[in-house]
Design a protein around this ligand. Structure first.
Ligand SMILES: CC(C)(COP(=O)(O)OP(=O)(O)OC[C@H]1O[C@@H](n2cnc3c(N)ncnc32)[C@H](O)[C@@H]1OP(=O)(O)O)[C@@H](O)C(=O)NCCC(=O)NCCS
Length: 173
């Protein structure tokens, strides 16, 4: 398999990223619209918008951005992973996994303690994600089953200590 590089997205990548999102999500524009809204929001962290590049072509994209876990009057800054997309022609070659691993590692280095997501329950556990509700994390903005609401612990002890309701920023709603 040709070498795949995972790197920070630049402005010049935007059109190709849009195309990957469009193709990966079944020719719907919802996800690229979501990415545009997040990029323009307060929760955007430029080094957490990553692309996978192969032979000069963008073949995958991941975005991780700021969210909050709210518990009474306490708030903890966490990271929400969404969306993740790999061009259909390049799927099942490990590219999604490379993007998740690099994204999560960057979050850890930035000092974040948890990454949360809504996603495929057969996919994300390969990369350290597990169901979030058993750890006292809740989601009310979206009505989803227990197995798709997942969390990855980045710092020992964070799971179980940080409890409350995950609040996605307005741009996700
Ligand atoms: C999900 C996605 C990002 C995975 O990217 P990828 O580069 O193909 O993933 P990887 O190569 O790292 O992993 C492939 C593995 O995940 C599995 N997998 C992929 N999509 C899956 C899904 N929806 N549910 C369960 N398993 C899935 C594959 O069967 C494969 O398993 P194997 O390693 O045991 O053979 C890609 O399929 C995609 O863009 N899908 C459409 C958009 C989407 O659903 N995004 C995620 C939203 S939560």
């Amino acid at each position: 398999m040709p070498t795949v590089t995972v790197r920070t997205e630049t402005q010049a990548d935007a059109k190709q990223v849009e195309k990957v999102l469009f193709q990966a999500f079944g020719n719907r524009e919802d996800e690229s619209e979501l990415v545009k809204r997040i990029r323009q929001s307060e929760g955007f962290i430029p080094e957490l918008s990553l692309v996978a590049e192969q032979n000069g072509e963008i073949v995958g994209h991941i975005l991780l951005s700021k969210a909050k876990v709210v518990n009474g009057d306490q708030q903890t800054g966490v990271i929400a992973l969404a969306p993740l997309a790999v061009d259909p022609k390049h799927q099942k070659q490990g590219i999604g996994g490379l993007l998740i691993q690099e994204g999560v590692e960057r979050c850890r280095k930035l000092g974040y303690e948890l990454v949360l997501l809504i996603g495929h329950p057969a996919y994300y556990p390969k990369f350290g994600f597990k169901p979030a509700r058993p750890y006292g994390l809740e989601l009310k903005q979206f009505d989803v089953s227990d197995d798709v609401f997942m969390v990855c612990e980045l710092q020992d002890g964070a799971l179980g200590r940080i409890k409350g309701v995950l609040m996605y920023p307005e741009v996700f709603l």
